[in-house]
Design a protein around this ligand. Sequence first.
Ligand code: SF4
Ligand code: SF4
Length: 96
Amino acid sequence: MNKTPFSLETVPCSVSPLSFDPDKCVGCNACVEACQIDVLVPAGAVKSTPFAAWPGECWYCGACVMECPVSGAVTLRHPLMNQARFVEAESVIKRV
Ligand code: SF4
Ligand code: SF4
């Protein structure tokens, strides 16, 4: 069977929720399998690591990071709106 080559670029978007470290990623694609909305393109299809082809569709659920067997191979950056929810009450109290 002949393989049909293809290329796939990331859809331009104002957010970049995920980054992959090519030095740590082993290309197992566990993160890709964990993503329920198929945001990620598998490692080996286009790049050596997975990548988010549709970053604006990411739910920031963190499943891809939780399933990754290698610490630091994939990093999820929450938008500022989400980060505000994780501010520890103690640090807020100290500033007041
Ligand atoms: S954070 Fe959730 S929605 Fe976003 S790429 Fe990872 S698994 Fe998919
Ligand atoms: S689960 Fe982790 S090691 Fe496996 S492909 Fe995804 S980022 Fe790479």
